[in-house]
Design a protein around this ligand. Structure first.
Ligand code: UDP
Length: 410
């Protein structure tokens, strides 16, 4: 299958947007970027890099992507980092922090960093910079997680590495900590032409639901997310159980396994226990997702939930809004940037709130459809991949001018 080229986006975002990108790319000129993260599959970062990297190359920016390696003990530690940075109380021993550094050092030995710009995604590879003190290029730390309430011990430890970077990027102003380096804000974005988001035939959608044994007899309420405590799959089931007393519906939970997330099986067990033997709850755990199937699940849903307790951004929200689905999202992290309450979706703060909105949206299909329509427009305006390409191009210029508040292109 051939991937869409930049040219193909003109029909979705407009000719001007694509032209602007090519003009900007010509200002940026012959530059190179290396992206570094910790998983090639699963989760939003991998999802975005799979498309941003080829499109930046098409714009003439030589962009590569490397995934750091580690044994399970490293990924256990980095998952506990992720949890603590999102607010979980935990104390980290010197030995744990040393193990984290040891794996960063090992990875550094196998990697080269000759590109003009190195973009290190999230905490897992954040310490790589420490072994590159004589660098001549620019290094930027791109944080995708909810840093609104970080564990202070861990943040202080990581901060010493983050402040060695030339800049840091966060997904929301709410996450922006005090740092001695410049900060930028990038919204994550979705690719409207990717298999995850492109239009689908209704026959295919039916086939996918049949494949997974989900009857189309009742309205479908869905959450698609890794089985992670912050995505609150248990809260989703509780909200459904409350709503079910008043409206007949099915609940679909879909989650896949991210290579750098060792927690899924444990959470899945609790999810199954909470669901009990309700035949209208469908719990799907995928070793590897097929993008077009996720697309089909989203399009088949009458309501999409994202009941996260903390959230970097939630690409799943943009994906569902793009498909004109009414979305119920928790008012955390990047979700309120996507959902304007009562206009492009609804925001909730509790299991009870989510349950009330499930009932409300299933009982008011016209209002639900209007939210979906407005949501589609919001994603089109703010959260499509062309925006991300523009920000990376501007970043290449901005990091070389740290003292300038605006860049004149002439
Ligand atoms: N996703 C998927 N299959 C799943 C669960 C999630 O393909 O079973 C995708 C989802 O469609 C989205 C990404 O993984 O593109 C998750 O990104 P998000 O920002 O919502 O959350 P993260 O996992 O990065 O915290």
């Amino acid at each position: 299958m051939t991937l869409p080229s930049l040219f193909d986006y003109r029909d979705v975002v407009g000719k001007n947007v694509v032209e602007e990108l090519t003009i900007l790319a010509s200002y940026v000129g012959n530059r190179s970027i290396k992206m570094v993260n910790s998983t090639a599959v699963g989760g939003g970062v991998a999802e975005m890099l799979h498309r941003v990297v080829p499109l930046l190359n098409e714009l003439g920016i030589q962009t590569t992507w490397e995934v750091i390696k580690g044994e399970p003990d490293f990924f256990d530690i980095t998952k506990s980092f992720h949890n603590a940075l999102q607010g979980k109380q935990e104390h980290f021993s010197k030995e744990t922090l040393d193990t984290y550094l040891h794996y960063n050092e090992l990875n550094n030995k196998d990697m080269t960093f000759d590109e003009d710009l190195i973009v290190i995604h999230d905490p897992q590879p954040a310490a790589l910079i420490h072994w590159n003190p004589k660098r001549k290029n620019k290094w930027v730390w791109r944080c995708h997680i909810d840093l609104s309430h970080p564990n202070q011990q861990l943040w202080r430890f990581l901060q010493t590495y983050i402040e060695q970077y030339d800049a840091a990027i966060f997904s929301s102003p709410l996450f922006s900590p005090e740092l001695a380096i410049p900060q930028y804000q990038f919204y994550p974005t979705i690719d409207p032409l990717a298999d995850k988001n492109k239009e689908l035939d209704t026959d295919y959608i039916d086939q996918v639901l049949e494949k997974y044994g989900i009857p189309r007899d009742k309205p479908l309420v869905t959450q698609i997310s890794r089985y992670d405590p912050w995505k609150d799959p248990v809260g989703v089931i509780q909200a459904y159980q409350l709503a079910r007393k008043y409206v007949d519906c099915r609940l679909l939970l879909v989650g896949d396994k991210a290579a750098d997330d060792p927690e899924a099986e444990k959470i899945l067990q609790t999810v199954k226990e909470t669901a009990g033997n309700d035949p209208d709850i469908h719990i799907i755990y995928l070793t590897k997702s097929i993008a077009s199937e996720i697309n089909a699940f989203q399009r088949a849903s009458d309501v999409v939930l994202q009941k996260s307790l903390r959230e970097g951004f939630a690409l799943t929200v943009s994906e569902a809004l793009w498909k004109r689905r009414p979305v119920i999202g928790s008012a955390v992290g990047g979700i309120p940037a996507q959902i304007i309450h009562g206009y492009t979706g609804v925001l909730v703060h509790s299991v009870e709130g989510a349950s009330l909105q499930i009932r409300g949206l299933l009982n008011q299909p016209d209002f639900a459809a209007k939210l979906g329509e407005n949501g589609h427009q919001r994603v089109k305006d703010e959260f499509l991949i062309t925006q991300n390409l523009k920000r990376y191009l501007l970043l290449l210029l901005a990091v070389e001018r740290p003292d300038e508040s605006s860049i004149l292109l002439e």
